[in-house]
Design a protein around this ligand. Sequence first.
Ligand SMILES: Cc1ncc(COP(=O)(O)O)c(C=O)c1O
Length: 354
Amino acid sequence: MQRVYNFAAGPSALPLPVLEQVQKELLNWNGMGASVLEISHRSRQFTSVVEETIAMIKSLYQISDDYEVLFIQGGGHTQFAMVPLNLCVGQCGAYALNGVWSRKAFKEAQKIAQAKEATSVEFRVPKQEEIDVSGASYFYYCSNETVNGIQYHYTPDVGVDMVCDMSSEFMSRPIDVNRYGLIFAGAQKNFGPAGVSIVIVRKDLLGKASSTVPSMLDYKTYAGYLSMYNTPPTFAIYVAHLVAKWLIDEGGVAEMERRSIIKSNLLYDTIDSSNGFYFNQVEKQSRSRMNVVFNLENKALEEHFIREAEAENLRYLKGHRILGGMRASIYNAVSIEAVEKLADFMKKFATRYA
Ligand SMILES: Cc1ncc(COP(=O)(O)O)c(C=O)c1O
């Protein structure tokens, strides 16, 4: 069986050694004579998985004991609601709007409280001086807009607690967690399968939710029960545990950043040197190193592009249904070799059809 070059936006490519280990131990995990899928989350063995995954996340991002690391179900969308439910106390957040996911989070927050717009821009991230957080209890932004291919290459400094949706760039570069009140990320892009989100929250922000907030939507519940107040998504956490180990073995987030610069440069250079055959509308300084979005000048060729790419085993390159065009998601598990193949294919395709 030949595995394809997988450029899916999420769920997306997982490291092959992780998948192989899952396969190897699926029927008999840890010598227990049962699958990890079949054992209690309260078992000593599984509790260790949770504790070790937290420890590895803390070590990869150098997170201090001022923070809790939580595992929560319901994906990024549930975080869009949990953030205002927990952090809009009196005042609410100010949201930077610069893509599909930040706008969606803002709409959700507006259902819950008086969330405000901090700034709104297109095809780029806002500049620091464009962000207005006056009267807000937190500043919310999405550091990598998966659909639009837009990424912050600076950390805003705004004077209120920062909340960041890092779903599609989690563990792809070093960050200073101390700059944030709360970070969340759905695992299904860079850290595991769908089903679990990682939330990193400063401890003093816990316990602020009103007493009417359901237990399962209160971060404090998760912090108080090692994320096991109810049955957690055990399989997703187990795979995330293997991904964290893989990340450490590969050299951690600094190495992931080094690779992602090489990979994204390969694709952006191909686009920029195609004499307009391919184009990307995002401002250069705001281009994503995780999701490279591009169009063909001749739209009629886009179907051909997808079909011919598929014939070369280059898969899942179709852009998000909202934007159309193409999108190559080049997360941590996508190798430099895969991206070289894609760049090579793009060049040949352009020569053939230009
Ligand atoms: C940046 C970002 N935030 C949030 C979401 C929503 O995540 P979920 O589908 O897990 O709710 C996505 C999904 O693609 C995303 O890319």
